[in-house]
Design a protein around this ligand. Structure first.
Ligand code: ARG
Length: 458
């Protein structure tokens, strides 16, 4: 029986039927759809629509559908279906007979699909949180493997000040921490039950929605039936969070692409995540990272696309909303692929400490330390800044580093200078002189690492 046969005399155009169908992609919701239906069957017992016996029959049949779907890859294609909901209903009726038709009492595909999508996304958020944890662990392991490795820190991609490589890596740990935070917040807004909203006006039966929510592990129920069936904020904000996470992955990818060039040679990617050239025998290309960077655009596109899809929809449900699924599924798949590959990249990267240190030693990265030295001797910072600028100029003319400028020259600029200044110019001193929380001093970085590890263990 068709889902809406009675009112219709004509057949759907074959091409339109294909156009209208979503089963090729929304089959991913099958497990969630069946889980939701278990709760629906139990709720219908409580309002007297199903006898306990009928509910039992329905639930056993749903379990059988689930089992077949898991065990037989061809099962889902055994019946032409518009969407996952009609597939399950048709299979249910095939297994139970007419009693299967009772399950949809008081339920619409509108509250059903919203429920399925929330159940599904809840699980996917949990999977994503695990993958983020794996990547955070890889960052921490890499940071711990080279605790005293010094590199140039950059602003405007110009050498700026020396930092610890571990400090650099922990910057990404922090970004991922916020991603986790965001996803957990979103999870609890996803985790609200729309079932019982009916098509739009509410279900026609006195279903205890709180009890249904409890059964399905939802934190609450949606409060308004119109909103319950037409809200896709939870999908949009998940893809938004995914987009921000992709920004973080893409920035790390970009850094590592730059750092692995011959010009930098700070790191070398493992063969496992690189490719060669079909023409140039010497090439080793960071395709893994380029794809991560490139795929960020896909997720941004899904976010913008779904905002546009929803923005003009009159309340409540409209078929436009079927477009939410592919955007969501592809965002999830893209995110998962990128997180996993990035974790592999981090786990296999070779760090060239000598190159990093050498780069941090050339280019006056300790000029700020010299200014801070003068400030500690009592000079106003702005004045010290100006003075050191002139000393840098002087050193550049002579073609030497600040630590190679003789004391006599320094003292021409200021009598506050003494032999101690050479100590202040050392890379290690520069790092040690960033003692405030959040800075790159080895002590603070050690603490940050310990905190990061504790967080992962907790
Ligand atoms: N496949 C549909 C979707 O994803 C299910 C809901 C259909 N509801 C309807 N009234 N046509 O949105």
């Amino acid at each position: 029986m068709k889902l809406w046969g009675g009112r219709f005399t004509g057949e759907a155009d074959a091409e339109f039927a294909r156009f209208n169908a979503s089963f090729s992609f929304d089959r991913r919701l099958l497990e969630a759809d069946i889980e939701g239906s278990f709760a629906q069957a139990e709720a219908l017992v409580e309002v007297g629509i199903l006898s306990p016996d009928e509910a039992h029959k329905i639930i056993e049949a749903l379990k059988e559908i689930l089992r077949r779907a898991r065990e037989d890859a061809t099962y889902l294609d055994s019946r032409e279906s518009e969407d996952v909901h009609s597939f399950v209903e048709a299979e249910l009726v095939a297994l139970t007979g007419d009693v299967g038709y009772k399950l949809h009492t008081g339920r619409s595909r509108n509250d059903q699909v919203a429920t399925d999508l929330r159940l599904f996304l809840r699980g996917e958020i949990d999977n994503t949180l695990h993958l983020i944890g794996d990547m955070q662990r890889a960052l921490v392991v890499l940071a711990e493997a080279s605790p005293d490795c010094i590199m140039p820190g950059y602003t405007h991609l110009q050498r700026a000040q020396p930092i610890l490589f571990a400090h650099y890596l922990l910057a990404y740990f922090e970004m991922l921490k916020r991603d986790v935070w965001r996803l957990k917040e979103i999870r609890s807004r996803v985790n609200q039950l729309p079932l019982g909203s009916g098509a739009l006006a509410g279900t026609g039966f006195a279903i205890d929605r709180e009890a249904v929510a409890k059964r399905l592990g939802f934190e609450g129920v949606t409060e308004n039936s119109l909103d319950g069936v037409s809200d896709r904020d939870f999908v949009i904000e998940f893809i938004g969070a995914a987009a921000i996470l992709m920004v973080h992955l893409s920035r790390l990818a970009e850094d590592f692409i730059i750092y692995s060039t011959s010009e930098f040679s700070f790191i070398e990617l493992s063969d496992a995540v690189s490719t060669g050239s079909s023409l140039m025998p010497q090439k080793k290309n960071p395709d893994s990272l380029e794809l991560i960077r490139g795929k960020a655009g896909r997720v941004f596109g899904h976010h913008a696309g779904l905002l546009a899809t929803v923005k003009g929809l009159p309340l409540a449900y409209n078929k436009d909303m079927q477009e939410d699924k592919e955007a969501l599924f592809d965002s999830i798949d893209t995110l998962r692929g990128c997180l996993r590959v990035m974790t592999t990249v981090l786990g296999n990267v070779r760090v060239n400490r000598e190159r990093m240190r050498a780069a941090a030693s050339v280019g006056f990265l300790n000029a700020t330390d010299l200014a801070d030295f003068l400030v500690r001797k009592g000079l106003e910072f702005r004045v010290a800044h100006e003075l050191v600028g002139r000393i840098v100029s002087h050193a550049m003319e002579k073609g030497i580093a600040l630590e190679e400028v003789p004391l006599a020259d320094y003292q021409q600029f200021s009598l506050l200078f003494s032999d101690e200044l050479y100590e202040a110019l050392k890379l290690e001193t520069s790092l040690a002189n960033k003692p405030a929380r959040g800075g790159t001093s080895p002590e603070r970085v050690r603490e940050a690492l310990a905190k990061a590890k504790a967080l992962l263990e907790g």
